[in-house]
Design a protein. Structure first.
Lengths: 421, 419
């Protein structure tokens, strides 16, 4: 009997996450910063660590640099040692298969060598895109108990969202008898979380059957359900995709509730502070006389002289005198100069907001962004990495300031609701 | 080209300081927490790192577990590599040898074989007990320029305070930079000059070996300040003083320790902490795994430094909070330094309190409000205590570590010691 801890884990971290707009200009979705200190992938990696698994392959494709720097040796999640490790698996050219990953299953198929080098009874495949805490050890126990070929982590989601997911209909034992990928008219509210336990032999055979089967949800799972033992492993905790700006903002706000639904520290989620590669450590957050902070998360290295309400601040953010920050997510080392007002914004790293500027002016939160109406429609304004907003500029609702926009990008000091610069 | 390190740094980190009472019952002075996330020894270690000196030995003796744990493998200061490293050197038993370090210079003497094995061009000996920022390269350059046998860093202190220090009389050979040490007295009753030694010494190793040998043979005391420096001056060795002009936190008493913490606060703090480029071992006490500080609805915070992992629901003013401290609703923390994992219960008041790790203050506890006439003194609470609800403790009190909570009276008069 092999140990559950020896299960090989493959983490799919290649997704673009394009609905996160400017947050994924320079990084893949799993590398998007979250909850001040973390990146989204920390949740999956820490779940794997806390479940006791020791060997992880991370499949990357899209803009992997910040992800690779973040993973480093895997030391932050205890993956260093003689019998443990985390490996980055980028697409590569080979004698026959020489292509980018065409889908989730294709990505696994192109790394069969890695699978063979780490023989294990089961393979656990999960996505690096989600915010949750889950005992994956218990899931594999369930898989063994059911004698399943495949076990899929599934949860109940509201009917309004079910069209975004792979869905399954189960019988009394929890066996999945029918599968529908992203159904227009839902017949169930049980959705796939993109977490799969496969019998390794079974997976290898399935992958070999037809190389045109490139996606788990679209191809492999429906086929398996029609003839083999596929079980649903029920999950009923907090789980978020955070794949849209709205969902990302809401998940961050969930941290701030009195009885918060997300508690990264209590969940045992580990960040990797060293991946910032700073010369010095961040000192504790400094609160000046006259500052006022409530219902917020503030990271080390912040300097707060103004007002911060209901916001999440990553390390090193400076909020000047007379500023007011409300309902916003501000990433590392942004500088908000004196008297600036920020209301309902998501700000990428190292943005500078000039004196007296206003981000999120007016109450026309329902005028969507003209260029990306499906991304920004609730009033959130996005400011891209290292953008510089000149002093006195007034920016409306649902605006996008692209990364690296400097003074010369702003022709006018009033930016209308729904504009993109 | 640098084929191997030219400088070996040795940090004297073994001492406990009696006047710091309960804060050094279970750890040496160098491992005392400072600045909301760090330890005192992080200051010399970060200075070494920032000076490009990365071959380091730490001489430890007193209760060294906390220190050894903190140093780890030295990776926090980038001191792992072929020639980079931190070696911890506790006292040892050996063939014909079995004794504790009998003083600071004896600690070095007992490790002469190690120093000779490294064979550095200069030996930098530092105290691990002080809060300051210094680029040691400037001192070493001056030492080499002067072809000195010993160069010691000194800082000018008020004459009224000078009797507490080792004092050098430095001539004007190089003006503001430094000069020859013409006289030296260890803690004289009536000082005549006021350049205080920082316990930062740069030695020419060959000379130090000889002086240590004769010290061991001829003297009964083995301290750099009391014995080695006077001996070198008597032998007419080239002893130079390097004049340091930055901030120096001496922290030998509770009051000084408290004041040095307070020097991190205020609109124009004496210590520009963020510029000091301090690194600590984030793995010690797992502070790297803390989530950001959570500030609740009713919180009020001003003039304070608060690290990740804290939860603030009450009021915090002019204070420093280490990771994992929880200030509950209705409570007030003022002019205080709270180490890791303290809990300040609802409606409690802490006024000028230094509290060691893992102490819980029950609901309505009031500390430091009742004062003796004169200047308000800090109350010091040892670690792992639970102070029962509504207990009143006066200013300047000391509560010993790990007491069972029924040992702590409901009311403690100012200045009392609870053991």
């Amino acid at each position: 009997m092999s140990n559950i801890e020896d299960t090989l884990v493959l983490l799919l971290a290649g997704g673009v996450g394009s609905r996160l707009n400017i947050l994924v200009t320079t990084r893949a979705k799993p590398a998007v910063p979250f909850a001040g200190l973390y990146r989204i992938i920390d949740f999956s990696l820490s779940n794997v660590m806390n479940s006791g698994m020791k060997h992880v392959g991370v499949l990357t494709q899209y803009k992997p640099l910040s992800l690779m720097r973040h993973l480093a040796t895997g030391d932050a999640w205890d993956f260093t040692g003689r019998s443990r490790g985390v490996k980055i698996l980028p697409p590569s050219t080979g004698s026959r298969d020489s292509d980018w990953y065409r889908g989730t299953a294709d990505a696994i198929r192109q790394n069969l060598g890695f699978l063979r080098a780490h023989p294990s009874k089961e393979i656990l495949i999960l996505s690096g895109d989600h915010i949750y805490q889950m005992d994956l050890y218990a899931m594999i126990e369930f898989h063994r108990q059911k004698n399943a070929d495949i076990t899929i982590g599934m949860m109940i989601v509201p009917e309004s969202q079910i069209h975004q997911f792979g869905t399954g209909i189960t019988n009394d034992e929890g066996r999945i008898v029918e599968w529908e990928e992203k159904p227009k008219v839902p017949r169930t509210n049980l959705a796939s979380m993109g977490i799969y336990v496969f019998e390794t032999e079974y997976l290898l055979n399935l992958l070999a059957e037809d190389k045109e089967m490139v996606d788990f949800g679209m191809h492999l799972i429906p086929k398996a359900i029609s003839r083999d033992n596929v079980f649903a492993y029920p999950f009923n905790g907090y789980w978020r995709d955070a794949g849209t700006i709205q969902a990302y903002w809401e998940a961050n706000m969930d941290l701030l509730k009195d009885d918060p639904e997300i508690s990264p520290e209590a969940w045992g989620i580990r960040p990797n502070l060293e991946s910032e590669q700073l010369l010095a450590d961040r000192i504790p957050a400094r609160f000046a006389a006259g500052s006022s902070v409530s219902r917020s998360m503030i990271s080390a290295g912040c300097v707060i002289e103004g007002e911060v309400i209901n916001s999440v601040l990553s390390p090193g953010v400076k909020v000047g005198k007379g500023c007011s920050i409300r309902d916003s997510i501000i990433l590392h080392d942004c500088v908000i100069e004196e008297g600036a007002i920020v209301d309902l914004a998501v700000m990428d790293k190292r943005v500078r907001i000039g004196k007296g500027a206003v981000i999120g002016k007016g109450d026309k939160k329902n005028i969507p962004n003209k260029k990306y109406p499906e991304h920004l429609y609730t009033g959130i304004t996005l400011i891209g990495k290292e953008a510089v907003v000149p002093p006195g500029t007034v920016i409306g609702r649902n605006c996008i300031i692209n990364p690296w926009c400097k003074q010369n990008c702003f022709n006018d000091n009033v930016i209308e609701d729904g504009s993109t610069i | 080209m640098k084929l191997k390190p030219r400088t070996l740094a040795m940090i004297l980190a073994g001492g406990r300081v009696d006047d710091l009472t309960v804060l050094t019952f279970h750890r040496p002075k160098s491992a005392v927490p400072f600045g909301g996330f760090a330890r005192v020894i992080d200051f010399p270690l970060s200075n070494l790192m920032n000076s490009g000196l990365d071959r380091v030995a730490i001489l430890s003796q007193y209760r060294s577990y906390s220190l050894i744990n903190h140093i780890g493998i030295g990776a926090a200061w980038d001191m792992i590599g072929r020639y980079r490293g931190i070696s911890i050197m506790p006292p040892y038993l050996g063939y014909g040898h079995s004794q504790w370090y009998r003083g600071s210079s004896d600690a070095v003497y007992q490790n002469l074989d190690f120093i000779q094995y490294i064979n550095p061009e200069q030996l930098l000996i530092l105290s691990g007990d002080h809060i300051y920022r210094m680029d040691y390269r400037e001192l070493i350059n001056y030492h080499r320029e002067k072809d000195a046998d010993l160069t010691m860093a000194c800082i000018k202190v008020p004459m009224s305070q000078a009797h507490r220090f080792g004092l050098a009389d430095i001539d004007d050979e190089d003006g503001e930079l430094g000069g020859r040490v013409v006289r030296y007295r260890e803690k004289p009753e009536s000082p005549e000059y006021n350049w205080a030694s920082l316990t930062v010494f740069c030695f020419k190793p060959g000379v130090l070996y000889k002086v240590l040998e004769s010290n061991i043979k001829e003297d009964a005391s083995y301290e750099f300040g009391r014995d080695i420096i006077p001996r070198m001056l008597n032998e007419n060795r080239r002893v130079y003083g390097y004049k340091f002009k930055g901030y120096w936190g001496y922290t030998r008493t509770v009051e000084e320790y408290w004041q040095t913490n307070m020097d991190l606060l205020g609109p124009d703090p004496k210590i520009q902490f963020a510029d000091w480029a301090i690194r600590t071992n984030l793995e010690h006490r797992d502070i790297k795994d803390c989530q950001p500080l959570k500030v609740g609805n009713s919180a009020r915070i001003s003039e304070s430094l608060i690290y990740n992992g804290c939860i603030i629901e009450g009021e915090v003013e002019n204070s420093i909070l280490f990771p994992g401290t929880h200030v509950e609703k209705g409570s007030k923390v003022k002019d205080s330094v709270l180490f890791f994992n303290n809990v300040v219960g609802k409606d409690a008041v802490l006024d000028k309190v230094i509290s060691d790790v893992n102490t819980t203050f029950g609901r309505g506890v009031r500390i430091g409000e009742v004062t003796r006439p004169g200047k308000k003194e800090a109350a010091v609470i040892g670690w792992n205590n639970f102070i029962n609800a509504n207990t009143i403790i006066g200013s300047g009190c000391t509560v010993y570590p790990s007491l069972s909570s029924d040992k702590i009276p409901k009311q403690v008069e100012p200045g009392e010691v609870v053991r």
